[in-house]
Design a protein around this ligand. Structure first.
Ligand code: ZN
Ligand code: ZN
Ligand code: FE
Length: 762
């Protein structure tokens, strides 16, 4: 008789929350359980992954250890809850069908760049996926852009219409396979396919090319413009080094100056276009594959029309198999700009693309895997050694961003601002900020805003009981909020939302001092704010100071024509504007159609116009971007810009600066010197105002945000001044400093007001 005592048996039930679906988590659990001779099951449900394991005490403990430490690369584990169960005895380990009942709040994973294993198959002539443009596995491929609903399972994605062939099905069913439960799994026999269409949408002749990709590469090589369907929408592609093609693309797209993004085939090709350090390298090759803004190399072989007068180029690497094949066949970097006409949203449905891009593209490279959600490329820049997002979209969305503290007691929606809009839904401790919607200035964008909200509410099972909105009565997002029935509404001042977004990102409740500089934001006094020194928490704020107010002659027209701001600022500074500006000077004096503004964006416009850098703009922030680009880095001087106390408030007074700029330009001083002195003068004034506000309020944290702080020079100079004054500086990283971050800020303000009992949900 055996004297051996049975090892103590244990059964544990484990709930895993976070991004755990569509990332190979169940096969990982299966293999781990098999390795440790455990029985039980694993399944996806609406809360994430649920599993039970049973076996020897020691092996269950090992399993629990490795569950977190060995998780697949794309999994983000937010919480693991474990409870003990009665052991059931023998059995096996199985992967069970997804449970579909109950509330859905599973985070869907963002779209992910092609992995090394898939790339290898793509280039292996004997592999059955050789040159197959839709190759993917559980470690890579489309996710968010193909998801129609949750749980994330093939029938609820845009792959529903493709029945897997026997070989694909076998991979899908095999827990040991890399494609086990890879929902978009496909091969040339059963999956989506490409076709090349001519400019009128008819099938094009492939000539001697072996496939549509190679034929496209030939067209591009001959200087043609091709609309290419990607992951989140259509790109317009042409050779980056072909002057005629790039100029033609600008002309047809009606886009005058705004830089085009580039796609380089690989890291070394990218390094020939821009200066890249370790941080840029990491970002370029990250699974999100954003457009990385980096200083352009003087010898970069790109046509001048790619990014006129811009000191930086936006470069990305291929992120789908289609891109890898195309860039490989072309052998040169491509312009890959969003497939739209001027400010319309990017085209993403086939018929729509063929219609809207007909006058622009010479040919269309299309495919039959539908895109559910239009998602633009994300844009990042390296700051220090960290990534700072300038547009947070494909590859990042819909990952959740935590709300500070306990989050929100009731589900809520925040509608965001007008330009570069995003919206945000939140529940409990999590907020989901949407993809980049765009400027809410036309019907199409408004449609995609409203449809996007419906989609998010469904995906994350958020039925908002509170809706937050911007105070500007004319914003379409505000009107949308005000039309919602059966919710409590909360208006959040624009610059307070900027402040709150930054605090919340760092998990801080405040209070903090903040310099919030941007173009336009509706103030609580009905004037246009944009140069604000605030002191506030997530809940409330006080306006401690601001830029000296001036007239905005002609309202919106003054935004498009910086010379009008030059006129207004000259006048305010006691200088008679030149004769041909007199009608505008009179308009400003009369105050007719000329609201007061404290906008720092408009101050930049004025200085750019005085310097002769730009008198009209074609995209938001253009004058400031070009002024920054002209700065002479060797110049150490700064214009004087006093900070005055006017009653209760501080005023940053740039009139002396304006007079000095005018005099220096008059004297023929180099523009680089003038631009540099202006930046440093403004940075000093900003830091001085913040330091004074911080001292008065016994506070040592300063937030710098608002679209103006996308200006790297201003941000660096201001930050170092503040640090020298022993202040801690917070700057947005995970969300843009511009209006793309507004919705999250509104959500944070609403959540803290509800928590404090200041707002009762309906
Ligand atoms: Zn893969
Ligand atoms: Zn197949
Ligand atoms: Fe703003």
């Amino acid at each position: 008789m055996s004297s051996e005592v049975a090892a103590p048996r244990r059964r544990a039930r484990v709930r895993v929350e976070g991004t755990v679906q569509g990332v190979g988590f169940r096969p990982f659990v299966y293999r781990l359980a098999a390795d440790l001779s455990l029985v039980g099951y694993v399944l996806n449900d609406e809360c994430g992954v649920l599993l039970e394991v049973e076996g020897s005490d020691r092996n269950v403990a090992r399993f629990l250890d490795r569950l977190a430490s060995n998780a697949p690369p794309l999994a983000v584990l937010e919480r693991i809850l474990c409870e003990e169960r009665e052991p059931l005895g023998a059995g096996r380990f199985e992967i069970r069908e997804s449970a579909r009942a109950g509330a859905a709040d599973v985070p869907v994973s963002p779209d992910t760049a092609t992995c090394a294993d898939c790339l290898h198959e793509l280039s292996d002539p004997v592999d059955r996926r050789f040159r197959y443009p839709f190759t993917n596995c559980t470690n890579c491929g489309p996710r968010y852009t193909i998801v129609r609903s949750v749980p994330y399972d093939r029938p609820l994605t845009t792959m529903a219409g493709f029945a897997m062939c026997a070989r694909c099905q076998a991979e899908y069913d095999d827990p040991g396979n890399r494609r086990f439960h890879a929902q978009p799994n496909a091969c040339p026999a059963c999956g989506p396919s490409l076709s090349l269409l001519d400019g009128s949408g008819q099938p094009a002749c492939l000539g001697g090319a072996r496939d549509a990709v190679e034929a496209t590469a030939e067209l591009l090589g001959r200087g043609r413009i091709v609309a290419v369907k990607g992951i989140g929408g259509y790109h317009l592609a042409c050779l980056a080094g072909d002057h005629t093609a790039v100029a033609e693309l600008r002309d047809r797209k009606h886009r005058e100056d705004k830089p085009f993004a580039l796609m380089a085939g690989a890291l070394d090709a990218a390094a020939r276009l821009v200066e890249i350090g370790p941080a840029e390298r990491r970002l370029l090759t990250s699974p999100a594959r954003p457009i990385v803004l980096a200083p352009r190399r003087s010898d970069a072989a790109v046509a001048p029309a790619v990014a006129p007068r811009a000191p930086e180029l936006g470069v990305m690497l291929p992120y789908s198999p289609l891109h890898h094949l195309l860039l490989g066949d072309v052998g040169h970097p491509l312009v890959m700009t969003s497939g739209n006409v001027s400010d319309e949203p990017i085209a993403y449905r086939n018929e729509d693309a063929l219609g809207r891009l007909a006058g622009i593209a010479d040919a269309f490279l299309v495919h039959d895997r539908p895109i559910e959600t239009r998602t633009d490329d994300s844009v990042v820049r390296v700051r220090g050694s960290r990534a700072a997002l300038h547009r947070r979209s494909r590859g990042y969305v819909p990952a959740s961003i935590p709300l500070p503290g306990a989050g929100t007691p009731v589900p809520l929606l925040a509608c965001g601002g007008e330009l570069k809009n995003t919206f945000c839904v939140a529940k409990g401790a999590r907020a989901w900020v949407s993809h980049h919607i765009g400027d809410l200035e036309n019907y199409e964008t408004l449609q995609s805003f409203a449809a996007g909200i419906e989609h998010f509410q469904h995906l994350f099972d958020v039925t908002p009981r509170v809706v937050a909105y911007d105070l500007h009565p004319e914003y379409l997002a505000t009107k949308y909020a005000l039309e919602r029935a059966e919710v409590a509404l909360v208006g959040v001042q624009h610059h307070h939302a900027h402040l709150a977004a930054c605090l919340a990102e760092y998990g801080e409740p405040g209070p903090a001092v903040a310099a919030i500089f941007d173009g336009t934001g509706y103030g609580t006094d009905g004037t246009i704010w944009g140069g604000e020194i605030l002191y506030g928490s997530l809940r409330h704020f006080t306006r401690i100071g601001h830029l000296l107010p001036v007239r905005l002659p002609g309202g919106p027209q003054a935004v498009r024509e910086p010379w009008r701001m030059a006129c207004a600022w000259l006048q305010a500074s006691g200088i008679e504007p030149p004769a041909d500006w007199q009608p505008i000077a009179r308009l400003a004096r009369s105050g007719l159609a000329s609201p007061w503004t404290t906008s720092v964006g408009r101050l930049f416009d004025a200085v750019a116009a005085l310097c002769g850098v730009r008198s009209e703009i074609h995209y938001e922030g253009q004058a400031a971007i070009e002024l920054e680009a002209t700065c002479d880095p060797r110049e150490r001087g700064a214009y004087r810009m006093p900070v005055r106390s006017r009653g209760e408030r501080l005023t940053i007074d740039p009139r002396e600066t304006i007079r000095a700029v005018a005099a220096d330009v008059e004297r023929g001083a180099p523009i680089g010197r003038v631009a540099s002195r202006f930046h440093r003068g403004l940075a000093r004034a900003t830091a001085a105002a913040c330091a004074r506000a911080a001292a008065e309020n016994r506070c040592d944290v300063v937030v710098l945000s608002g679209g103006v702080f996308a200006n790297r020079r201003l941000l660096e100079l201001t930050t170092s001044e503040l640090r020298a004054a022993s202040l801690r500086v917070l700057v947005p990283e995970r969300l843009p400093p511009g209006d793309g971050g507004i919705s999250y800020g509104q959500a944070a303000v609403a959540a803290s007001r509800i928590t404090a009992g200041e707002l009762s949900p309906c």
